[in-house]
Design a protein around this ligand. Structure first.
Ligand SMILES: Cc1cc2nc3c(=O)[nH]c(=O)nc-3n(C[C@H](O)[C@H](O)[C@H](O)COP(=O)(O)OP(=O)(O)OC[C@H]3O[C@@H](n4cnc5c(N)ncnc54)[C@H](O)[C@@H]3O)c2cc1C
Length: 208
């Protein structure tokens, strides 16, 4: 209904570091909106008002919390998939006459990947439970987003290492996972912002 008065401009930014090999590559860009004048809701029965007056920031931040939790859940899936693929490779690849899965250095990588994934999965489940209970979970969502995105980067880095030279080659999956994982520390609020959210809440509560 605002179409005659509002101007939309699309500004697509070309080229991205990751997510370029999927069927649905991430498009990075901006939508510029000009001339949008939402009628005042004060003193009227307008239907444009979402929720209660004065609670806008509360609703907006609630959406951010769910998005951050969803991102963390996605990293858990990527972490498990990475481990499965690494185990498969380690059971096939031979070096110095042995399967590389027999080397303790490779086993330690798998152990650390599994431990990080377990921590990720548990914090995501606990926070999803809080969400289901209708509790506030802003601090927990920020913790999940920051911890899981950084843990996944450590996991895919190990995946590259476990594959040796093939990990660096675009012929195998770790090269792509390494690039695709990196965006998780930037979007849905950078991890520096997550740390600010967490620290603010810790200080407000005077402790954990
Ligand atoms: C592939 C991709 C998809 C995206 N999809 C969406 C989307 O769907 N919807 C959407 O709204 N946005 C989207 N974004 C935008 C994304 O959310 C922002 O890029 C991100 O929030 C960071 O903002 P910025 O780029 O303006 O960085 P800046 O704000 O310029 O930050 C630059 C650096 O400064 C740091 N910094 C900034 N402020 C502070 C502070 N107060 N304290 C400490 N450090 C600070 C940042 O952490 C960062 O390291 C997308 C971005 C990309 C790359």
């Amino acid at each position: 209904m605002f179409r005659d008065r509002v101007r939309f401009d699309r500004n697509e930014l070309s080229g991205a570091f990751g997510d370029i090999g999927t069927d649905f590559p991430l498009l990075v860009g901006m939508i510029l909106v000009a001339g949008l004048d939402v009628p005042s809701v004060l003193g009227s029965k307008s239907t444009y008002l979402i929720g209660k007056i004065g609670d806008g920031a509360h609703y907006a931040f609630g959406v951010l919390d769910v998005g951050r939790l969803g991102l963390a859940a996605a990293t858990v899936g990527a972490a498990k998939d990475s481990i499965d693929r690494c185990v498969q490779y380690a059971g096939q690849r031979e070096a110095f006459g042995r399967k590389i899965q027999d080397f303790q250095a490779i086993q330690f990588m798998l152990a650390e990947m599994a431990a990080e994934t377990y921590a990720m999965e548990n914090m995501v489940y606990r926070t999803a439970w809080m969400c289901d209970q209708g509790e506030r979970f802003s601090r927990e969502a920020a913790i999940c987003k920051y911890f899981c995105s950084e843990a996944l980067d450590r996991i895919v880095d190990k995946a590259v290492q476990l594959h040796g030279g093939m990990g660096y080659s675009a012929e195998m999956w770790p090269e792509r996972f390494y690039r695709d994982s990196r965006i998780n520390r930037i979007f849905e609020g950078t991890n520096e912002i997550q740390r600010l959210v967490i620290a603010r809440d810790v200080l407000k509560k005077g402790g954990y």
